[in-house]
Write a protein that binds this ligand. Sequence first.
Ligand code: FPP
Length: 236
Amino acid sequence: MNLHNDIPKHIAIIMDGNGRWAKAHGLPRAQGHRAGAESVREAIDACKELGVSYLTLYAFSSENWSRPPAEVSALMVLLERFLESKVDDLMKQGVRLRAIGQLDRLPAKTRAMLDNVIAKTAGNDLLTLVLALSYGSREEITEAAKKIALMVASGEIAANEITPDFFGSQLHTSGLPDPDLLIRTSGEMRVSNFLLWQISYAEMVIVDKFWPDFRQGDVFAAVKEYQKRHRRYGSV
Ligand code: FPP
């Protein structure tokens, strides 16, 4: 196994276990999220080092809006701090930022900061960092189905033009390749409404650590595991 050949082009990560990490350390949940933001930097650095082209992080799900308001604001503040403190690094590292999800549900200030970093980094092409924010896959698929229904109703397209590729082009991830490797931390074996369409053929690696304990070496280990798998895409 080596870390130079057969590198996944797109890694997606379900960052799970911030709350349990905080509990295990006798800390408030917000501290777990704060420690988790450090692991985000580790994941980006590891992907840069490996030459991964796309990294998608599940930072805030549609369901996360139902958490206590103080936790939701702590997460928004962390995101704002990340955007503010990381923009120079992203520019230096050649990282482009994108976001998927119902972004209009984000607080106006958070959204403005996000749009600003997305615009500023738009010309970078070494790694695309995709933040899933207020994201839910069923919502994304439902929105795409509605858009397509309207296109058919208005005569813009015919029903038989709806192919899997066309459907995929109407999702928030339009233009991004599907993830090759999906990592989930904290030992849970669930996909939790994350990229349901896009992970059809992704290899899954479950890491038995809480997200705040996740380090660059865990990305390397997951990629080594991925390289051992034989991807068959349904054939023999
Ligand atoms: C899951 O842990 C994690 C989240 C809901 C949020 C992820 C956010 C971060 C890692 C920090 C900020 C992100 C960026 C991009 C700066 P959980 O709270 O569900 O943990 P639990 O299952 O142990 O309760």
